[in-house]
Ligand binder design. Structure first.
Ligand SMILES: [Zn+2]
Ligand SMILES: [Zn+2]
Length: 244
């Protein structure tokens, strides 16, 4: 039999980061439902939390279940000029913007990146949902920080240790995730502005680092090799390393 193709993020094996994200979500849901919801004064904050949490779970579930595989080879309607690449691993004609994901073993049109948290590729068909997810996730973390801070200030003097411990854990965790997610949103704003995908950005960065290393070595060895020669050599080693 051939290589196993991963069609979506629920295809086994699941990724450890994906499992961690599920556990963290379950922790938020249970601790807020059991510890915070006992106090009726927090009902409005709870309603906003459940709404944002439900939206994030829906978007993450949709993205995990989505199949961004390039179907150019099976479509009869695709214009001839959009099918100009041949993938030697899939042994199929694919779109010019497709890249082969080594972790899923399939080509993805407008390949952005393989997301370990979703255990799936992000590309043409699901990129908008991915952006929606990271934006909603920022709101969710901000809401949990506000909610936990309100609980903390209410119960700190009353020495209710359950509420205090849970709110401190949630504030610390959500602060880290808020900053990491904010940086990710910033990166995608930068990429959209420069009309690049995450994949192109990473390859460009790696190629620049490899070029710098080569020119340093050239200087050390005193070789007359020109920098322009390095520029024209496609860095296939770097690309292969990224996908495997
Ligand atoms: Zn392929
Ligand atoms: Zn993938």
């Amino acid at each position: 039999m051939g290589i196993k193709v991963k069609r979506n993020g629920f295809t086994l094996p699941l990724h450890v980061y994906q499992l961690i994200s599920w556990v963290l979500t379950l922790f938020d849901l249970t601790s807020i439902s059991i510890v915070f919801l006992r106090h009726r004064q927090f009902l409005p904050l709870s309603i906003i939390y459940y709404f944002l949490q439900a939206l994030v779970i829906f978007l993450a579930g949709y993205l995990t279940a989505s199949d961004p595989t390039d179907l150019s080879k099976s479509s009869q309607n695709n214009p001839e000029d959009s099918i100009i690449n041949y993938c030697s691993i899939c042994t199929l004609n694919v779109s010019s913007t497709s890249k082969h994901c080594g972790q899923c073993n399939r080509c993805v049109e407008n390949f952005d990146h393989h997301c370990k948290l979703l255990n799936n590729c992000v590309g043409k068909t699901n990129y908008k949902f991915f952006v929606g997810l990271i934006v909603m996730y920022l709101f969710l973390n901000a809401e949990i920080i506000l909610f936990s801070s309100a609980v903390f200030s209410e119960f700190y003097d009353k020495k209710k240790y359950g509420e205090i411990v849970i709110s401190v854990i949630l504030i610390a965790k959500c602060m880290i995730l808020f900053m990491a997610d904010g940086a990710l949103i910033g990166l995608h704003v930068f990429l959209r502005w420069n009309n690049m995908t995450t994949y192109e950005y990473i390859i460009q960065k790696r190629n620049k680092a490899a070029e710098r290393e080569k020119s340093l070595k050239t200087k050390e060895n005193g070789s007359p090799q020109s920098k322009d020669v390095n520029k024209t050599v496609p860095n296939t080693t770097v690309i292969n390393e990224f996908f495997n």
